[in-house]
Design a protein around this ligand. Structure first.
Ligand code: TXA
Ligand code: MG
Length: 324
C-alpha cells in the first residue's frame, strides 16, 4: 500500500524525507509534472528508480536542489549559468552544467557523463523534502519510461503502483509540462528540451539559443534512440483536419467542434485558444482520450510559439514510429 499524504499535513515532509533516507521511492508533485523521487546520493535507490520506471540507464536524471548553494555542490556554474539560475530559479528551468569535483550525486544518475542536469523547483513540497533530506533528490517524471507523463497522482500510481513507498497528492500540476532544459557548460546556452519556460523568455537573458538535433536531450551518447516517447497506446496523427468515427480528436481553439458527436472521443486543449492552458492539460487530455481506446488520436495543428514549442515537441515524439 502506498502511504498517501497531502501538502500541509503535519509530518508529511518528514515522512517523505525519512522514506528517501531509507532508500525508498516517493512520488511528489512539482509545478511542472509529478516526479518519481529518490535520494540522489544513494546508488541503490537510484538503481531501484531506473528499474521502477523501466528506464534505460544511459538516460540520465535531473537532480533537484533547494538552493543555489546545493546546486553548486553538484555543478560548476559559468557566469551565464548563474545568471539564468538567478533569473529563473525557483521555477521550470533545468540547467545542464559540468559536474563539480566532489559532486555527491551517484554516477548512475548521471549515466557516467561529466555533466549534470540540475533544477530548483518552485513547488514547496519538493523543495521542503530536499531541505529536510539535506541532499539532492533525483526525480524523473513519474510515469513508465516512454509513456505519457503523469500530471496527476492517480496517473503516476497507475503506472508505478507497488514500487512506491509514499506519495504526496496535490491534484493536477499547475504547469502540466516538463521543465525546459538548457545546457550551459560554457559561455553560450543550448536548448536541449523545450518545456514549461518559453524559449523566448530565456533568450531575453541568454541571447539566441542554439538548438540541439532531435534526440540529443534524451540520450547525449545515442541521439535519436528515444525519439519515440510520451506514447499513448493509440497511434497519434498530427495536424489533423478530420477524423473517423473510431478515432479520437484533440482540438485547439474549438476549430473542429463539429466533430464532437462524430468521433469516439473529442477533447479541446483550450477552447479559448490559450496556449498555456493547452500545455497544462496536454498529458491529462491524451491519457483521457487514449482510455476510450480509439484506433488513432488525431490532433489539430497547434501554434508553434511560446509553450506551443514544447507541446509540439511532445506531440512529435508521441507520433514518432515506435521501436516495437
Ligand atoms: O519538469 C521536469 O523536469 C520533471 C520534474 C519531475 O522535475 N522531470 C523530468 O525528468 O522531466 P525526466 O527524467 O523525465 O527528463 C529529464 C531529461 C531527460 O530527457 C534526460 O535525458 C535529460 O533530462 N538529461 C538529464 N541529464 C542530462 C545531461 N547531463 N545532459 C543532457 N540531458 C540530460
Ligand atoms: Mg519524462
Amino acid at each position: 500500500m502506498v502511504d498517501i499524504r497531502f501538502p500541509g499535513d503535519a509530518g508529511a515532509v518528514e515522512a517523505v524525507a525519512d522514506a528517501l533516507r531509507e532508500g525508498k521511492l516517493a512520488v511528489l508533485p512539482t509545478e511542472t509534472v509529478y516526479g518519481l523521487a529518490a535520494d540522489a546520493t544513494n546508488p541503490r535507490a537510484v538503481a531501484a528508480l531506473y528499474a521502477a520506471k523501466g528506464r534505460p540507464s544511459f538516460n540520465p536524471l535531473i537532480a533537484h536542489v533547494d538552493s543555489l548553494e546545493m546546486a553548486q555542490t553538484c555543478g560548476i556554474f559559468s557566469d551565464l549559468a548563474a545568471q539564468l539560475a538567478n533569473r529563473f530559479w525557483p521555477g521550470p528551468l533545468t540547467l545542464v552544467v559540468l559536474q563539480a569535483r566532489d559532486c555527491p550525486v551517484a554516477a548512475l544518475a548521471t549515466s557516467g557523463l561529466d555533466t549534470i542536469a540540475i533544477r530548483l523547483p518552485s513547488h514547496p513540497v519538493m523543495r521542503e523534502v530536499v531541505r529536510a533530506l539535506g541532499r539532492p533528490v533525483v526525480a524523473p517524471s513519474a510515469n513508465l519510461s516512454g509513456r505519457l507523463t503523469a500530471t496527476r497522482l492517480e496517473d503516476a500510481l497507475a503506472d508505478l503502483g507497488e514500487t512506491i513507498a509514499i506519495a504526496v497528492d496535490d491534484g493536477a500540476c499547475r504547469l502540466g509540462i516538463e521543465s525546459t532544459i538548457v545546457a550551459c557548460t560554457g559561455g553560450s546556452a543550448k536548448l536541449l528540451r523545450p518545456g514549461a519556460l518559453a524559449p523566448e523568455e530565456i533568450e531575453a537573458v541568454a541571447g539566441r539559443l542554439e538548438t540541439a538535433g532531435s534526440g540529443d536531450a534524451l540520450t547525449p551518447q545515442a541521439p535519436g534512440m528515444l525519439s519515440s516517447h510520451y506514447a499513448p497506446h493509440a497511434r497519434v496523427r498530427l495536424n489533423a483536419l478530420d477524423a473517423g468515427s473510431n478515432d479520437a480528436f484533440v482540438d485547439f481553439g474549438g476549430y473542429y467542434i463539429q466533430l464532437a458527436g462524430r468521433v469516439k472521443a473529442y477533447a479541446d486543449l483550450s477552447p479559448e485558444g490559450d496556449i498555456n492552458e493547452a500545455a497544462a492539460c496536454l498529458f491529462e487530455t491524451l491519457r483521457r482520450v487514449d482510455a476510450a481506446t480509439p484506433s488513432t488520436i488525431a490532433v489539430a495543428r497547434i501554434p508553434n510559439s511560446g509553450l506551443g514549442i514544447a507541446i509540439n515537441d511532445r506531440l512529435r515524439r508521441a507520433a514518432a514510429p515506435r521501436p516495437d
